[in-house]
Design a binder for this molecule. Sequence first.
Ligand SMILES: NC(=O)c1ccc[n+]([C@@H]2O[C@H](COP(=O)([O-])OP(=O)(O)OC[C@H]3O[C@@H](n4cnc5c(N)ncnc54)[C@H](O)[C@@H]3O)[C@@H](O)[C@H]2O)c1
Length: 367
Amino acid sequence: MPRILITGGAGFIGSHAALHFARHGWDVRVLDNLSRGQLLHKVDPNARHNWDRLGSEAQVGAEVPIPGSLPLEQKPIERILGDIRDRDTVNEAVRDVDVVLHAAAQTAVTTSTVDPATDFETNALGTFRVLNAIRESGRKPAFLYCSTNKVYGERVNAVPLEERESRWTFAGPHARGIPEEFGVDLCEHTPYGCSKLTGDLYVQDFGHLYGLKVGVFRMSCIYGTQQFGLEDQGWVAWFVIAALRGAPLTIFGDGKQVRDVLWVDDLVRAYEAFIERGPQVGVFNMGGGSEFTLSLRELLAQLEARLGRKIPVAQAGWRPSDQKVYVSNIDHARSTLGWRPEVSPKQGVDRLFDWVEQNPSLFAHIG
Ligand SMILES: NC(=O)c1ccc[n+]([C@@H]2O[C@H](COP(=O)([O-])OP(=O)(O)OC[C@H]3O[C@@H](n4cnc5c(N)ncnc54)[C@H](O)[C@@H]3O)[C@@H](O)[C@H]2O)c1
């Protein structure tokens, strides 16, 4: 059976991917240093939740059945507690694998602006360490990189917009979203955008230079269960959690800001499609695309309908790097990978709401 290493396996995306591949018969190894809370400068009572889940729930079965999945039996997931910046740890973890999914990162734009050094070391240097270990291993495993739409920086804000009743939308040539050819130059990015773009370019370059199979996934908003969203990162989950827990919620700007949103299982299917039939070097804008978008106001309306009450929300001004609209053009992923997202924002938000509602102990510290 093929073997996959998933860095950031205790995180939201990494843990979903680990369980998915394990349930499909892969040998799965995860590497994580459980630093999410520390990186985001937040107390994180759930730091071990996804990590522990890989060791236990993995044996029991999927909470949401995966379409076309095999019977829920798999080998135990191997868990390595370690740091992607540590050369020996990474070399050892990479040595005998066929695929590496690199999801470990400092993930918040906001904390990257107050601690750019840790952001750089984790995202740029950490990614380099993993890539270089692959090069040195001689085994040439395929490499999938969790990049971000933030590589396009402030240029996105120059795209013409149209204002509608509950949302902003892209107008003109970008009505289907931002394509992979969109420029990255002559604009601000934030340190997070820079460190992720550094990794993004290194991954592509190592693909070309050393003949590695590499897939760069420039992801927009990914959401799902097991996501411990915060005001600074993971906004859909944060709004669901805060609404259910009665925690204070703030809308920055007019609430009409729009993102394309991708249910995490749909993302993992895209990773799988790349491994099976992706090109040698691929760059994919990855999100729900123009059909699966959501504004903050629309999310609030759906949550209020489920709760049967108004949700009190404070208003604040736009923050410096806020984007009114980001929508990924996913045509390249659709045509190259034969993939498309399946879970609509309505279905996904309902599933997320159910998960938060059914697991109050995970959120007892909020509200
Ligand atoms: N969630 C999204 O909407 C989204 C959007 C765009 C890009 N991404 C990218 O996807 C990846 C996964 O995001 P996520 O939402 O699952 O984040 P997450 O914070 O839930 O997971 C990241 C994991 O990386 C681990 N980690 C951090 N530094 C590490 C280090 N030095 N060594 C080992 N492990 C380390 C953390 O402990 C955490 O478990 C990240 O690379 C992120 O930049 C996510």
